[in-house]
Ligand binder design. Structure first.
Ligand code: ZN
Length: 56
């Protein structure tokens, strides 16, 4: 389910405040030294560091 248009532009990584990019069912932090992946559940981004997937 795609995110609402314009939503990505106003969202930021809660850990480092970098912009996010949508990738599959996740929002990925664009900061290379952070790069946390946040899940999107039922079209709602879960921007919680505790819920984020750490980069491999
Ligand atoms: Zn980040």
């Amino acid at each position: 389910m795609p995110l609402e248009a314009g939503l990505l532009e106003i969202l930021a990584c809660p850990a480092c405040h970098a912009p996010l990019k949508e990738q599959d069912t996740e929002l990925i932090c664009t900061a290379q030294d952070c790069a946390l992946a946040y899940p999107v559940r039922d079209g709602i981004p879960v921007l919680l560091v505790d819920e984020a997937r750490r980069p491999a």
